[in-house]
Design a protein around this ligand. Structure first.
Ligand code: GN1
Ligand code: MG
Length: 359
């Protein structure tokens, strides 16, 4: 692989000598590598998963469009953030294809780190501001100029169809292990379709959204200040509810999404309050009342979607997400449905906090 990666560096104009190339293990879909040049400049190489992203040209187009607008706005408004800079190949292209592999490269932002979980309210607050500012600063882009590269990505009826197909072909031992989760999904599926139906009735504005707005997709500086939003492959037109919900799912719980100790999986209201206040501070003035009203349902719906997708992949013999051990997807699904149960238990408080910060 190293030879291949060195070759990719060359294609993108990163001349030797390269000091090191390291694999980064955080994503579930694409392959990512950190390159350090002899002069200590660093770059991120991304090998896109073409089984998942069928329309890679448009994925790249979306990323370039959005980062250009973010960069301009951050500068104009003097915001302390940085937009990702993508490198061009020596052929002047942002995307490089070789046989069936697709590559893109970006600059690494120095003195930054990612976090898989946090217990610190200030970090949750920073994350809220950064994702809030993402929505505000992409408002000038017409949502229809961004391509929906993964159709129905956060659509519950679509995810339920995939789940039902998986139920038909799943191995008996997998069905047995997933029995309680399947019952949980069946019990809640109707309510979880609500946002999809409201969207179909045009009840919400369509915005340029990130669609994977989790904690680990933020770069923080060494003082825990939010610096950049990363992993822009799923930028698409969408609802604010899912970005808000995805952040809450990953930031307002002290455990990671594959934690198996159930006592650690719950929604932390102090972290929620902090996230919510940061996000509201930035977005309150642009959000419509009907968007605000359904934010708590957005949290529930995205957690349901994630649990359902992990469960579906488990029933399909783990073909979509990368896994590191047997039953990894089952563990993730148990985790997400437990987190959702905790959101149900705390719904009144979540609604109260949301209202308090957005009105
Ligand atoms: C996947 O690969 P990663 O971690 O950026 C997935 C998201 C899920 C996430 C769960 C294209 O994102 O939808 O929320 O795993 N991305 C795709 O952590 O399916
Ligand atoms: Mg992603």
């Amino acid at each position: 692989m190293t030879q291949k990666l060195k070759h990719i560096c060359k294609v993108f104009g990163i001349e030797s000598p390269i000091k090191s190339i390291e694999t980064l293990h955080s994503g579930h879909i694409n392959d990512t590598f950190l390159v350090t040049h002899k002069n200590d400049e660093r770059f991120i190489i991304q090998k896109l998963n073409s089984k998942v992203f069928k329309n890679i040209e448009f994925v790249i187009f979306n990323k370039i469009l959005v980062t250009n607008v973010l960069r301009d706005n951050y500068k104009k408004k003097n915001l302390p953030y940085q937009a990702i800079t993508y490198l061009k190949t020596t052929q002047n292209k942002y995307l490089h294809q070789e046989a069936d592999s697709y590559w893109n490269v970006m600059e690494f932002i120095p003195n930054t780190k990612t976090l898989e979980k946090t217990e610190i309210p200030e970090i949750a607050f920073e994350a809220g501001k950064l994702y809030g500012d993402f929505i505000v600063n992409t408002e000038s882009i017409l949502p229809e100029s961004v391509t929906e590269t993964l159709k129905n990505f956060h659509d519950v009826p679509f995810r339920l169809t995939q789940f039902e197909d998986a139920l038909k072909i799943a191995k008996p031992y997998r069905l047995e292990l997933a029995n309680d989760l399947i019952a949980f999904a069946q019990k809640h599926k109707k309510t979880m379709c609500t946002l999809a139906y409201l969207r179909a009735e045009n009840r919400f504005p369509i915005r340029v959204t990130h669609n994977d707005a989790k904690l680990s997709n933020i770069l923080f500086d060494n003082n825990n200040k939010g610096k950049a939003v990363i992993d822009l492959d799923t930028i698409m037109p969408g609802l604010i509810h899912y970005d808000f919900g995805d952040s809450v799912r990953s930031i307002c719980t002290k455990s990671t999404e594959d934690e198996t100790d159930l006592s650690k999986i719950y929604i932390d209201l102090e972290l929620y309050e902090a996230y919510c206040s940061g996000f509201a501070l930035k977005t309150k003035s642009i959000l419509k009342p009907e968007e605000i009203e359904y934010l708590p349902l957005g949290i529930q719906t995205i957690i349901f979607i994630m649990g359902l997708r992990f469960l579906t992949d488990f029933l399909n013999n783990d073909t979509y997400y990368k896994t590191t051990h047997a039953n990894h997807n089952l563990d993730r699904a148990i985790n997400q449905f437990n987190l959702l149960a905790s959101v149900f238990d705390n719904l009144k408080a979540i609604e109260r906090i949301t209202k308090q910060h957005f009105t």
